[in-house]
Design a protein around this ligand. Structure first.
Ligand code: F0G
Length: 352
């Protein structure tokens, strides 16, 4: 088989690019759809569960799918600088792709609420990082204003090319399963990704690539769940900082996806998120970030309503290495320190 050439090359006929578009790629996409039998067993009744592990993208999150498109199109349009607000992952992806394309990336982040791995990435890739004393929702308002008044291209998911790139994850799932899953469980923050997945499933359905569409099950953190309560949350709080968002930009689109797919929005508590996070790592060998684990936490929360024999895909949006602080703080496993560097001491510490 030919080597993987990245999303734009692979799905070119479904994307708004031309032969003139300068493709900025890190060969993102083609991430594995991994069976998770221990989670399926918690549900029983012949239900099959897979995770779409998008934490294996080049910068460690699904944002790379959107960013290869957004940066390629910005470059095609002659942009020299891009800007985004971010809870961390978008800033890392924007920085990597912008620098690779020779553009200048600016990022606005909520001071104190970005996981250390994401901040390290943005800085090392060479973004100009501005931390504001406000939350993500405020940062997004500011960058939208910036892009309106200054010569700088906005690369948040309100940029339509972001969703075009991200819809390819749905294509990959159908390409592997041979059809769409019965349920698609997905973390929801700014609500771009759930919108993008639905676009992808619908487009593939229209092309005759799948004979059905999934129910779209969106999960938000309980302290940041405006789509569940129906009202913006002025002060969102959750340890899943990636989805610490109170007023999603794609609110109406997300509601339309829910309604068209007969889906639902539900909230999961930080404790439920952490339980799923630990279960994925310790039973399945899959290390995702806390926000990503909300898809599995949500599935387990509503497991009694999954139809027998159904196929379920949970999206794992980001890599666990993004947020080592949370892993160490909330891990029930401890290491034993202070052991003498001797065989006997080690054997004794091991319980022999
Ligand atoms: N999971 C992770 C790991 C994320 O980083 C995000 C969003 C989401 C889920 C939610 O996706 O916003 O499309 O509903 N992160 C953005 C960022 C806000 O700035 O990195 P969404």
């Amino acid at each position: 088989a030919a080597a993987w050439g990245g999303l734009i090359e692979t799905y070119r006929r479904y994307l708004p690019v031309t032969a003139q578009t300068p493709v900025v790629t890190l060969l993102e996409g083609n991430t594995p759809l991994i069976p998770v039998p221990a989670i399926a067993q918690e549900i029983g009744r012949g239900v099959q569960v897979f995770v779409k592990y998008d934490g294996l993208n080049p910068t460690g999150s699904f944002k790379d799918r959107g960013m290869t498109m957004a940066i390629s199109k910005a470059k095609e349009a002659g942009a020299e600088a891009v800007i985004c607000a971010s809870t961390g992952n978008t800033s890392a992806a924007a920085a990597a792709y912008a620098r690779r394309g020779g553009l200048r990336p600016f990022v606005l982040i909520p001071d104190g609420y970005v996981a250390v791995g994401k901040l390290a990435q943005a800085l090392l890739y060479g973004a100009e990082v501005l931390a504001i004393q406000g939350n993500f929702d405020r940062a997004l308002q500011i960058v939208r204003d910036m892009a309106e008044h200054y010569p700088i291209t906005l690369v948040n998911s309100v940029n339509p090319y972001r969703l075009e790139g991200q819809k390819t994850a749905a294509f990959e799932i159908v390409d592997v399963l041979g059809t769409a899953p019965d349920w698609l469980c997905i973390p929801v923050g700014n609500a771009g990704n759930i919108t993008a997945y639905w676009m992808g499933f619908c487009q593939y359905h229209q092309e005759g690539k799948c004979d059905r569409l999934p129910r779209m099950m969106g999960f938000q953190a309980a302290g940041a769940s405006p789509l569940v309560s129906g009202a913006p949350v002025p002060h969102p709080e959750t340890l899943a900082t990636a989805i610490r968002i109170g007023n999603p930009a794609s609110w109406e689109k997300a509601i339309a996806v829910r309604d068209a797919s007969q889906g639902e929005f539900n909230a999961v508590t930080d404790e439920e998120i952490l339980a799923a996070y630990r279960l994925l790592a310790s039973r399945e060998g899959i290390f995702c970030e806390p926000a990503s684990a909300s898809s599995v936490a949500g599935l387990l929360k509503v497991k009694d309503r999954v139809p027998a024999e159904a196929t379920v895909v949970c999206v794992l949006t980001g890599n666990g290495l993004k947020d080592p602080d949370t892993a160490i703080k909330h891990c029930e496993n401890q290491f034993k320190g202070g052991i003498a560097p001797e065989l006997e001491a080690v054997a004794q510490a091991m319980g022999f």
